[in-house]
Design a binder for this molecule. Structure first.
Ligand code: UDP
Length: 402
């Protein structure tokens, strides 16, 4: 069913809605297109699916296109993604050529006569070079840009210099070596999607049964694509420590994203690492893609883990906090914006499995603490990380670019 902005009235209140409608007045009828690299899987598609209908509801003419790439292109852009987050890369002429020519080809497949163009992440970044630019272009970067690989960054700046603005998710990702305007916009979640809406007990029970998740023991869960930056091996290390002292189960839920070719490799590595525990049913591995399952797991788990080594923002955290489930997570990237240590969960250093396990046990042992952290988490998300705030931020910057 098509969502309207006023559907959010009970959650955010009239004042916020009035503010958004007012900001939209001067953008009435303006055409805006978002371009990214996948329609399914990962945080970007998740946001666009909610944001674009709302932009249309408030009077804009908003659309969404997905770049057409080959497997080679996605292999390369995944390497770019990793290198933007700090990994080494062998930036060959061939890689650059495939990256650029895919964008050049796509420029013939898609015609852009909009008032604004918003490009998400590195995959479609070069498109600007192959279209005659007739409107403001914005590069919306969702990854952790704190320490990009210098070679790759140098190469990408070639395209970036043509843009009017760059949006990042954190003050820490600002770059001193580019003169274009850089704005910080925090991502957000949509409380009315199947992934985040309230769910009744009967549906919850049905979903858990269908996906083979028993509820005889407390669940601790990480929901993330199988990706080295999400460190699923480390989650198993943490679980082993918890499990030696408390009876509980681990769920690792990681549906794939169509622009991420590494998922299967990391999944297989994780299965190997957890082999014995998986066989005994103490670790449950899930690769099915299901929003209602994510919702139920985030609600029914006693603790959500997010053991990332790098994390642009981490929508899974906002989703879990919204459901009043405390999160134990590494203090990297956008995570500390969401997890306030001791208030709605706990922050730990990357690789500090002992402390992570100790914090999880603290929550498992104390129902009152769990409730308190959960309540605080929901309010933190309501105040800062709902889709209405994201929409409002976009309107501000589009008004500025007009
Ligand atoms: N997700 C999902 N099923 C899964 C794993 C992840 O639907 O099995 C969703 C998750 O709920 C979130 C998005 O994918 O909405 C991941 O966004 P996040 O910012 O956490 O990480 P990204 O994948 O973009 O690095």
């Amino acid at each position: 069913m098509r969502k309207r902005l006023d559907d959010y009235r009970d959650i955010v209140g009239d004042e916020i809605l009035f503010g958004i409608f007012k900001k939209a007045l001067k953008l009435n009828g303006k055409r805006i297109v978002h371009i990214n690299s996948t329609a399914m899987g990962g945080g970007v598609a998740e946001i666009l699916r909610s944001l674009i209908p709302l932009m249309n509801d408030i009077g804009m003419d908003a659309g969404w296109r997905v770049i057409h790439g080959t497997q080679d292109f996605y292999n390369i852009t995944k390497k770019f993604h990793n290198a933007l987050q700090g990994e080494k890369i062998n930036l060959t002429k061939l890689k650059k050529q495939i990256y650029e020519s895919t964008n050049e080809d796509f420029s013939f497949f898609t015609h852009l006569n909009h008032d604004f163009v918003i490009i998400h992440d590195p995959q479609p970044l070069p498109l600007i070079r192959y279209r005659s630019k007739q409107q403001p272009w914005v590069w919306r970067c969702h990854v952790d840009l704190s320490e990009p690989n210098p070679d790759l960054w140098h190469f990408l700046k070639l395209f970036l210099m043509r843009y009017d603005m760059m949006i990042i998710s954190n003050d820490k990702y600002k770059k001193a070596d580019i003169p274009i305007e850089q704005k910080i916009v925090f991502p957000s979640i949509d409380p009315l999607t199947v992934k985040n809406m309230d769910i009744d007990a009967a549906t919850t029970a049905k979903v858990l049964k269908k996906f083979g998740v028993p509820t005889d023991k407390p669940l601790i869960t990480q929901i993330s694509r199988f990706d080295k930056w999400k460190d699923p091996d480390g989650v198993i290390e943490i679980f082993k420590r918890v499990r030696s002292a408390r009876d509980c189960r681990l769920v690792l839920c990681g549906g794939a994203a169509s622009d991420d070719p590494e998922g299967i490799i990391i999944y297989e590595k994780t299965v190997k690492k957890g082999e014995e525990l998986i066989k005994r049913g103490e670790i449950i591995m899930i690769t099915a893609v299901s929003d209602v399952l994510v919702n139920v797991l985030q609600r029914e788990s006693s603790v959500i883990i997010q053991n990332s080594k790098r994390e642009g923002f981490g929508l899974t955290i906002a989703e879990s906090l919204w459901k009043e489930t405390p999160v134990v997570a590494t203090a990297v990237g956008g995570i500390p914006l969401q997890v306030i240590d001791g208030k709605n969960g706990y922050l730990v250093a990357t690789g500090d499995y002992d402390t992570a396990a100790e914090r999880i046990m603290k929550i498992l042992d104390d129902g009152e603490l769990r409730k308190e952290l959960g309540k605080n988490g929901k309010e933190h998300i309501r105040k800062h990380f709902l889709i209405t705030r994201l929409l409002s931020d976009y309107l501000d910057l589009l008004n500025e670019l007009r």
